[in-house]
Design a protein around this ligand. Structure first.
Ligand SMILES: C[C@H](N)C(=O)N[C@@H](Cc1c[nH]cn1)C(=O)O
Ligand SMILES: [Zn+2]
Ligand SMILES: [Zn+2]
Length: 475
């Protein structure tokens, strides 16, 4: 082991309880970006991070991105710097401090905003793995170095945002503005915001799918109606909406919108060969989804469906009755929400046009007297890079040092909208270095991060900074 890593690892172990306490405080702040009513909590989470960082001696600047819509400010982006030594490399890390919505009634076993550590050392709470645990991992790494009196190996630049789960609105522009200012000395970029393929084997990630998110609105009656009094006499918005939504995708995952697959890059023999060597079993998938209701029964088709093929998911219907019991209502206005995960070489603008044409055509076919509106909500591009870069080599060494195995090289089915922007604007390599595992249930009920992944993950992030400081620059 590199001599300096041993005391660092010891220090991290000795501080495990206080790191968990830091995560407990962060999880307690319900920083849900999708819900305007929670915006003060998102800002509170920015305050919390700023305070943790400045207490450790980091320099932090808050950047304001303007309004999301009239009367609602976007949360601040935190730009941080720890160390300013021209002789050291500068590594930019990105993470997000907002979370997905969560309600106990959704089916959580415990309160989503109270960190609950069970007998298996699983730490349950919204944001534990996505992405508060990893963001705090960087802060923990700074603190452990400081406490152990170990010289920090790099200048650490940080970009933490509060809108990732809602399309990273405004951040692309900020990155463009800061590319030659705050980020001008960056040598490489690292993002810890995705997950291992299974529960045991770490990975490094070199690709993400994009996401294009849509709403389709159908309205008619002036207010919600009694279905006994008006059922059969009124054109029901929900019926129209379900008709249109049922034309988007079939239950084998095939997208039914004409033209969508025309843009998908063909599989090359080199890519085909990659799937054989990935440590991934169907049981890993079943563990992740909590059932055996998979579309495919082999790992290659499953990985291709997750990494390199588009998918369309139906997420929900705003305005629909969804509570327990049997309310006999005809909703007056409903908005169906769905998104398409996009892959090379799909162009978000073309995707949007195809979707709009399709849903408007399908609605027109219904000959309805209701009103139909199409809302493109947000779009983020896919990203694929090469893992043959010193940034990845350094991360692989860190993984091996901490976990004792060589990482798999993976792609990710999820999306981190600004990854491509960082790559294009800084002109530097971007690496995804996940902390959590496939069983963490990000975005789902009972999201968790294993204590082991958090503490070993903190070691891994710190070790990565040591290796990346030393790795010879080859491109
Ligand atoms: C992979 C990352 N942790 C994540 O969860 N990203 C989100 C981003 C997003 C975009 N629109 C809404 N959320 C995701 O992939 O869903
Ligand atoms: Zn997420
Ligand atoms: Zn995330």
């Amino acid at each position: 082991m590199a001599p300096v890593l041993e005391p660092y690892f010891k220090q991290v172990d000795s501080m495990a309880d206080s790191f968990i306490d830091r995560l407990r405080k962060a999880v307690a702040i319900p920083s849900i970006s999708a819900d305007a009513a929670h915006r003060p909590a998102v800002v509170k989470m920015a305050d919390f991070l700023e305070n943790e960082l400045t207490t450790l001696g980091a320099h932090v600047e808050r950047r304001y991105l303007g309004e999301q819509h009239p009367g609602l400010d976007l949360p601040p982006v935190l730009l941080g710097r720890y160390g300013d030594d021209p002789k050291k490399r500068s590594i930019l890390v990105y993470g997000h401090y907002d979370v997905q919505p969560a309600l106990k009634e959704d089916g959580w076993a415990t309160d989503p905003f109270t960190l609950h550590v069970d007998e298996k050392d699983r730490m349950f709470g919204r944001g534990s793995t996505d992405d508060k645990g990893p963001v705090l991992g960087w802060i923990n790494a700074i603190e452990a170095h400081k406490k152990a009196g170990i010289e920090f190996p790099v200048n650490l630049l940080m970009c933490f945002e509060g809108m990732e789960e809602s399309g990273s609105e405004g951040l692309d522009n900020l990155i463009k503005q800061e590319a030659q200012v705050f980020f001008k000395d960056v040598d490489a970029v690292c993002i810890s915001d995705n997950y291992w393929l299974g529960a045991e084997k770490p990975c490094l990630t070199y690709g993400l799918r994009g996401v294009s998110y849509f709403g389709i609105e159908v309205s008619g009656p002036g207010q919600d109606l009694h279905s006994g009094v008006y059922g059969g006499t009124v054109t029901e918005p929900m019926t129209d909406l379900i008709n249109v939504m049922s034309t988007l995708v079939n239950n084998k995952g095939r997208i039914l919108i004409p033209g969508i697959y025309d843009q998908v890059a063909p599989v090359t023999p080199e890519e085909e060969a990659l799937y054989a060597d990935i440590a991934f079993t169907m049981q890993d998938l079943y563990d992740g989804i909590g059932s055996k209701t998979a579309i495919f029964d082999d790992t290659k088709s499953t990985l291709m469906a997750r990494w390199r093929n588009p998918s369309l998911s139906l997420h929900g219907v705003e305005g629909a009755f969804s509570a327990e019991g049997a309310k006999t209502v005809i909703p007056a206005k409903v908005i169906g929400k769905f998104s398409i995960r996009t892959v090379p070489d799909m162009d978000p603008e073309k995707v949007e046009k195809l979707v709009q044409q399709h849903v408007e055509w399908e609605f027109a076919k219904l000959n309805s007297n209701n009103t139909f509106k199409f809302h493109p909500l947000h779009a983020g591009k896919w990203w694929v890079s090469s893992p043959k870069h010193w940034n990845f080599t350094a991360a692989a060494k860190a993984v091996e040092q901490v976990w004792g195995v060589k990482p798999d090289m993976t792609r990710e089915g999820g999306s981190i909208p600004v990854t491509l922007t960082f790559e294009q604007q800084t002109g530097k390599n971007v690496l995804l270095l996940p902390m959590g595992s496939s069983t963490d249930a990000a975005h789902s009920i009972n999201e968790k991060l294993d204590k082991k992944n958090y503490i070993q993950g903190t070691k891994m992030l710190g070790a990565y900074l040591h290796f990346v400081a030393e790795e010879p620059i080859t491109e």
